[in-house]
Design a protein around this ligand. Structure first.
Ligand SMILES: N[C@@H](CCC[C@H](N)C(=O)O)C(=O)O
Length: 284
């Protein structure tokens, strides 16, 4: 399946027990030459709480299990419908420690309440304790000594959408150093659980272009949580206004966020496509 070109293998873990699959088996399945090929694998299972209809688990192409996946959540809805597992709309699904509400629209788009963004450093997690200044942060990040203080446009926003993101604004999306800087941002010491690195070009207050170097998967054609994180960062900085059209290399997403109202951080609403490419059986 894919959501705006971010591609997934989605497995039915309800009618069969797939809980014992090892990281190297996920890696092999996701391998583009020696397996089926995917950015992430989703394992759909029975819910373990009364509040949700299903749960799903997310594995990056490197075999690691992670907490959240925006494009995957929309594909989960399409999968449940295609497989005749439920015709409920909206659906509630358990993902790691959160419950998402997902609604399928008549035009095929899927809307997901992604929950509230998290800014608390310890929960991202982001730990700048070992770094004395923004200057040092940039030096360690890009391994380049800065002659002057970091320029305004090299600001990096750190936040969590259930999974960690580092967002920066770039002047031109096509020449953004996604492949050059993505790996060093992903593994930067300030992010103890590693991080997804987003690069956004602002076209106007309601439209951005986005590329993301994903933790555990490399650059993907789109990243749903990355789109949410980029829009939230842009709104917090006063650069964007909700709703925002996010143009990725694989398609468009709409992200809405009302900010913080009466001290309550509002949830992020993501709308976008979810497409089934083929169905089949495989040995693992
Ligand atoms: N592609 C996803 C995010 C998948 C997980 C991410 N690589 C991580 O490690 O946190 C999305 O659409 O959000």
């Amino acid at each position: 399946m894919h959501g705006a070109g971010n591609d997934f293998i989605v497995l039915n873990g309800i009618d069969q027990d797939l809980s014992g699959i090892l990281p190297e088996q996920w890696q092999r399945l996701a391998h583009r030459q020696f397996g089926i090929g995917a950015d992430q694998i989703l394992l759909v299972e029975k819910s373990t709480c009364s509040d949700a209809d299903f749960r799903y688990r997310i594995f990056n192409a490197d075999g690691g299990e992670v907490e959240q996946c925006g494009n995957g959540s929309r594909c989960f809805v399409r999968f449940v419908q295609d497989q005749g597992l439920s015709n409920k709309n909206p659906l509630r699904v358990q993902v790691a420690h959160t419950i998402l509400t997902l609604r399928s629209h008549p035009d095929g788009q899927v809307e997901v309440n992604m929950g509230a963004p998290i800014f608390e450093h310890s929960q991202i997690p982001f730990d700048a304790k070992g770094l004395s200044s923004l200057q040092e942060f940039h030096e360690t990040l890009f391994a380049l000594p800065l002659k002057k203080p970091a320029p305004h446009d090299s600001w990096i926003g750190a936040l969590s959408m259930g999974n960690p993101h580092a967002v920066q604004v770039v002047g031109d999306i096509n020449s953004a150093p996604v492949l050059e800087e993505g790996p060093s941002i992903e593994s930067h010491i300030a992010f103890p659980k590693r991080v997804n690195a987003a690069f956004m070009q602002i076209l106007n207050r309601n439209e951005i272009q986005l590329r993301v170097y994903e933790r555990g998967a490399g650059e993907t054609l789109a990243c749903g949580t990355g789109a949410c994180a980029a829009v939230v960062s842009g709104i917090r900085r006063g650069l964007l206004h909700s709703p925002v059209q996010v143009r990725t290399r694989g398609g468009d997403l709409t992200i809405a966020w009302e900010g913080i109202i009466n001290d309550i951080i509002q949830p992020v609403i993501m709308t976008g496509p979810a497409v089934t490419v083929f169905e089949g059986e495989t040995t693992i």
